[in-house]
Write a protein that binds this ligand. Structure first.
Ligand code: NAD
Ligand code: MG
Ligand code: MG
Ligand code: MG
Ligand code: MG
Ligand code: MG
Length: 339
C-alpha cells in the first residue's frame, strides 16, 4: 500500500486565501461545498441557469454563479457534475476560462481516463474521490468524522499539486478517516468494477435471485423480501464494523456453517468469469463507450431498465413493507422513478 495520509500529515492552511469553485450541487457537490465551508474555506457554487440545484445552494447560504464566472474567480475548480455532462460543460464554460496555475479537480477519473476532457498543460489536474455516497460525506463530517478518500495527481504544473489536493481532502473531512494515493486509471477502473460487479450490480442481482428462488418455490414474497433484502443491511453493517469476523461472530453457528458450505455453490467460477469480462469491458473502454452513446441517444434503454426494475415484484413488495417501518425516514422510504 502507498502512504495513507491522516489529519496531522496535511496542512489545511494551503487553502488560505484561495477560493474553491464547486461546480454542481448534487450528491457530492452539496457535501464538498458545505464541508469545505465548515473548514473555513472560501467556496463559490457554479451552476447553469436552469439548474434545479440553484435554490438549494442559495438556501444553504452559498454564493451561486454561472459555471464560467465561478471558474474565472477561483483557484481550485472542482467538477461535481454528472460524469456524462462534464465534457460538454467543460467545453462550453470551463476550458476557455482557465488560468495558468489553477487546479482542475475531479471526484472520479472517468472523463480524464477515457480522454473525454484534455485540460491545458498550464493547470494542475487532481482527483479527490470519496469512498462513499455524497450524503454520507456530509453527515459523517457533521458527526465529527470523515469518509475516507482516494487522491490522484494527473498533472502537476505548479509542483504544489500534492499539497493542494491533500488540503482539499482535509477540507472535506477525508483525512479524519484516511486518504490514499491512487492514479486516475486505477480509481476509474476499480470504481466502475466495484459498482458494477459487487456493490450495485452484483448485490442487487444476488438479492433478486434469492427473492425469485424463494417466491418461485411458493414462499410468501414478504418473507422473501425480509430474508433477502431487508436483512442485507444488517449483515453488511456488521462487515463494515468488523469485517467477516464480526459478522460471523454475531450470526448463529448454523448461519456461519451455511455461509462456508453454500456461498461457494452460488458464487462459482462462472460468476468470477463474468466478473473478469465486466472488468475487461471497463479496461478496454467498451463500457464507457456504450454509456456515452446511451446518453447521446437520450438514455432510452437506461430509462426503460429503470422503469422495469421499479415495477418488479420485489420493488412493489418492498414499497408496501417499508411503509410499515416507522424507523425509516418518510422521504427515504419511497424514491420516485426519476429521482
Ligand atoms: P449528481 O447527479 O448528484 O449532481 C449533479 C449536479 O450537477 C447537480 O447539482 C445538477 O444540477 C448539476 N448539473 C447537471 N447538469 C448540469 C449542467 N449541464 N451544467 C451545470 N450543472 C449541471 O452528481 P454526483 O453523483 O454528485 O456526481 C458528481 C461527481 O462525483 C461524478 O464525477 C461522480 O462520479 C463523482 N462521485 C459521486 C459519488 C456519489 O456519491 N454520487 C461518489 C464518488 C464520486
Ligand atoms: Mg465508487
Ligand atoms: Mg462510481
Ligand atoms: Mg435469517
Ligand atoms: Mg456466531
Ligand atoms: Mg442516481
Amino acid at each position: 500500500m502507498k502512504k495513507m495520509y491522516h489529519e496531522n500529515d496535511v496542512n489545511l492552511g494551503v487553502l488560505n486565501n484561495k477560493k474553491v469553485a464547486v461546480l454542481g450541487y448534487g450528491s457530492q457537490g452539496h457535501a464538498h461545498a458545505q464541508n469545505l465551508r465548515d473548514s473555513g474555506v472560501d467556496v463559490v457554487v457554479g451552476l447553469h441557469e436552469g439548474s434545479k440545484s440553484r435554490n438549494k445552494a442559495m438556501n444553504d447560504g452559498f454564493k451561486v454563479k454561472s459555471v464560467a464566472d465561478a471558474t474565472k474567480e477561483s483557484d481550485i475548480v472542482m467538477l461535481l457534475l454528472p460524469d456524462t455532462v462534464q465534457k460538454q460543460v467543460y467545453e462550453e464554460s470551463v476550458r476557455d476560462n482557465l488560468r495558468e496555475g489553477q487546479t482542475l479537480a475531479f471526484a472520479h477519473g472517468f472523463n480524464i481516463h477515457y480522454n473525454r476532457i484534455t485540460p491545458p498543460d498550464f493547470v494542475d489536474v487532481v482527483m479527490v474521490a470519496p469512498k462513499g455516497p455524497g450524503h454520507l460525506v456530509r453527515s459523517v463530517f457533521k458527526s465529527g468524522s470523515g469518509v475516507p478518500a482516494l487522491f490522484a495527481i494527473e498533472q502537476d504544473y505548479t509542483q504544489n499539486a500534492k499539497d493542494t489536493v491533500l488540503a482539499y481532502a482535509k477540507g472535506i473531512g477525508a483525512t479524519r478517516a484516511g486518504v490514499l494515493e491512487t492514479t486516475f486509471k486505477e480509481e476509474t477502473e476499480t470504481d466502475l468494477f466495484g459498482e458494477q460487479a459487487v456493490l450495485c450490480g452484483g448485490v442487487s442481482e444476488l438479492i433478486k435471485s434469492g427473492f425469485r428462488t424463494l417466491v418461485d418455490a411458493g414462499y410468501q414474497p414478504e418473507v422473501a423480501y425480509f430474508e433477502c433484502l431487508h436483512e442485507m443491511k444488517l449483515v453488511v453493517d456488521l462487515m463494515y464494523e468488523g469485517g467477516f469476523e464480526r459478522m460471523r461472530y454475531s450470526i448463529s453457528d448454523t448461519a456461519e456453517y451455511g455461509d462456508y458450505v453454500s456461498g461457494k455453490r452460488v458464487i462459482t467460477e462462472s460468476v468470477r468469469n463474468g466478473m473478469k469480462e465486466v472488468l475487461e469491458d471497463i479496461q478496454n473502454g467498451n463500457f464507457a463507450e456504450k454509456w456515452i452513446k446511451e446518453n447521446e441517444n437520450g438514455c432510452k434503454n437506461f430509462l426503460e431498465m429503470r422503469n422495469k426494475e421499479y415495477e418488479m415484484e420485489i420493488s412493489k413488495v418492498g414499497r408496501s413493507l417499508r411503509n410499515m417501518m416507522t424507523f425509516l425516514n418518510d422521504e427515504d422510504k419511497v424514491c420516485a422513478k426519476n429521482c
